[in-house]
Design a protein around this ligand. Structure first.
Ligand SMILES: CSC[C@H]1O[C@@H](n2cnc3c(O)ncnc32)[C@H](O)[C@@H]1O
Ligand SMILES: [Zn+2]
Length: 446
C-alpha cells in the first residue's frame, strides 16, 4: 500500500523496533523509512541495500519506539521545581504553589518555564505533551517554535485561584486560541476546567455544551485524593464523578486526570462513558494522594494514559522513569506481578496517550501513514547489557538518559542526546534567574 519511492527523506535502522501495533510485536534488525514527516514502511535491514534515502541513520544497539505521550502536566511549573516538597496536595497548593503563582506567574514566567519543560521532555523522549496552565497561548507558541506536539488546555476556574482570570473570559480567549491554531500541525486546544472543587455547575455546563458543539477535549483533575471525594459527598451528596455525569460531562472526550479514588460505581461510569483516564503515579505518590487502580481499569477496557504532572509535584518530566513507577505500582496495588508488563506499559505511554488526546489516527504507533514521531533508546553499557528482552530492558532499566535521538513529524529534535533547536545554556541561566528572584522574594516576605 505504502510503496517506498526511489528517493525519500530518511532511513533509520536499529537492532530493535517496537511498533506497538501489532500489539506485542518486537522486530530485530529492521529499518524505518520516512518521507515528508510520515512513516512509509518498516523493512528488514537485509532489504535496505537498494534503498536510496537522502539520510541513513544507522543505530546499533538501539530500540526504536513511538514518541512518548506525556498526557498531563503543567509545563511552566518547571520553574517551581523543588519550591515546596513533602506536603499533602491542598497544603502544597494553598500555602505554597498558589501564592507563588499569584505573585510570579506572568507571560515571561510561562515562556521560560515551558521552554525548560519542553527541553527536558524532548531530551527524555516525549514527543507530545498535554498541558494545563496560565497563558496557554504562550505555551502553544513555545510548542510550535520548538517543534513538539502539544494539547494545550486553557484553564477555567470559578473559585479564586490567584492569577486565574474570570471563567467566561478564559473560555472566550481559549476559543479564540483554538480558532487561531485550527491549521496547526502540532498544537491542539482543549478545555481545562481545573477540578470539580474549583469549577461550579454553570461553568461546567457551558463547557459541556461548547465541547460537544466543537468536538473538543475536556482535560480535568478528577478524584485526585480521598479528601476531594469526601468533601464533595459532604457538600452535595455525590461523588465528583457522579456530579460530572449529571452535568453531561462524561464522554470519550473527558480526560480525567488522577482518578486515585475509584469505587465500583465510578468504574461503571468510566466504562459506560468511555472516559479517558490519565494516571500520574509519581505525583500521586509524592503528595500521598492515593493510587490509581490501573489494572482494574485496564481489565474493564478503560483507556489509561500516563502523565508526569508538573515538575513542582513530581519533580521531573521523565516519562521512562514514570513508566517504570507505573509498572511497579500496578503490580503492588493489584497484587499481580503480571500487571502492566512491558508491552502494556509501552502501550500506556504511547498509543493510549495518543487515544486519550484524540490523536491515535496520527501518532502513538509506528505504522505506515502515521506521523514519524519516534525515539531511539540506547541499550548499551553495563546497566543495560546483556539484552534478553529489549522491552523489559526499556521498562525496568531505562530513563531519560538512555534516549539518544528524537524525531517529531520526521524532524530530528534530539540528535546524539543534544537538542537540535535549543540553545540550552541561556535558557538554563534564565531559569536560574527566575529561581533567584522567587527565592529572594520569599525571603523578603518571611
Ligand atoms: C489554573 S492552571 C492549573 C493549576 O493547577 C495547579 N496544579 C498543579 N498540580 C496540581 C494537582 O496535582 N492538582 C490540582 N491542581 C494542580 C497549578 O498549580 C495551577 O494553579
Ligand atoms: Zn495536574
Amino acid at each position: 500500500m505504502f510503496q517506498i519511492p526511489n528517493e525519500f527523506d530518511l532511513l533509520i535502522s536499529a537492532r530493535w523496533i517496537a511498533p506497538v501495533v501489532p500489539a506485542g510485536q518486537l522486530l530485530t534488525d529492521h529499518a524505518l523509512a520516512i518521507h515528508q514527516g510520515n512513516i512509509l514502511a518498516i523493512v528488514p535491514q537485509s532489504a535496505c541495500g537498494d534503498l536510496r534515502p537522502r539520510e541513513w541513520r544507522e543505530l546499533g544497539n538501539h530500540l526504536l519506539i513511538p514518541g512518548l505521550v506525556n498526557a498531563h502536566g503543567h509545563a511552566a511549573m518547571s520553574l517551581l521545581r523543588g519550591l515546596a516538597d513533602d506536603l499533602p496536595l491542598m497544603t502544597w497548593l494553598q500555602e505554597h504553589i498558589w501564592p507563588a503563582e499569584g505573585r510570579w506567574v506572568d507571560e515571561q514566567f510561562v515562556r521560560i518555564g515551558t521552554e525548560l519543560a519542553v527541553a527536558e521532555m524532548l531530551l527524555g523522549g516525549t514527543t507530545c505533551f498535554a498541558d494545563m496552565y496560565f497563558y496557554p497561548a504562550v505555551a502553544a507558541q513555545v510548542a510550535q517554535e520548538r517543534g513538539i506536539r502539544a494539547q494545550i488546555a486553557f484553564p477555567v476556574v470559578d473559585s479564586p485561584i490567584p492569577g486565574a482570570r474570570d471563567a467566561n473570559d478564559a473560555i472566550s480567549q481559549g476559543l479564540r486560541l483554538h480558532d487561531e491554531l485550527r491549521h496547526s500541525a502540532l498544537v491542539s486546544i482543549a478545555f481545562g476546567p481545573h477540578a470539580p472543587y474549583t469549577v461550579g455547575d454553570d461553568t461546567l455546563t457551558r463547557i459541556r455544551t461548547l465541547a460537544d458543539e466543537l468536538d473538543l477535549p475536556v482535560h480535568m483533575h478528577v478524584h485526585e485524593t480521598a479528601t476531594e471525594v469526601d468533601q464533595a459527598l459532604q457538600q452535595d451528596g455525590r461523588r465528583p464523578l457522579q456530579r460530572l455525569r449529571d452535568l453531561g460531562l462524561l464522554s470519550p472526550r473527558l480526560q480525567a486526570v488522577h482518578m486515585t479514588q475509584v469505587d465500583d460505581n465510578d468504574l461503571e461510569l468510566l466504562q459506560a462513558f468511555d472516559v479517558q483516564v490519565i494516571h500520574c503515579p509519581e505525583s500521586n505518590l509524592k503528595l500521598a494522594s492515593g493510587f490509581c487502580p490501573t489494572q482494574r481499569l485496564l481489565e474493564a477496557g478503560i483507556n489509561v494514559a500516563l502523565g508526569t504532572d508538573g515538575a513542582a509535584s513530581n519533580n521531573d518530566l521523565d516519562m521512562l522513569g514514570e513508566l517504570r513507577t507505573a509498572a511497579l505500582l500496578a503490580k503492588g496495588v493489584s497484587g499481580q506481578p503480571t500487571a502492566l508488563d512491558a508491552h502494556a506499559a509501552l502501550h500506556m505511554a504511547t498509543l493510549a496517550g495518543a487515544k486519550a488526546l484524540g490523536l491515535s489516527e496520527r501518532i502513538g504507533s509506528l505504522e505506515p501513514g502515521k506521523a514519524a514521531d519516534l525515539i531511539a533508546v540506547e541499550l548499551e553499557g553495563p546497566g543495560r547489557q546483556p539484552v534478553y528482552h529489549a522491552l523489559s530492558q526499556l521498562l525496568y532499566t531505562c530513563s531519560a538518559s538512555q534516549v539518544s535521538d528524537v524525531w517529531v513529524a520526521g524532524r530530528e529534535r534530539v540528535r546524539d542526546r543534544q537538542l537540535t533547536h535549543f540553545e540550552l545554556e541561556p535558557l538554563l541561566a534564565q531559569a536560574r534567574d527566575w529561581a533567584q528572584r522567587i527565592q529572594q522574594g520569599d525571603t523578603q516576605d518571611a
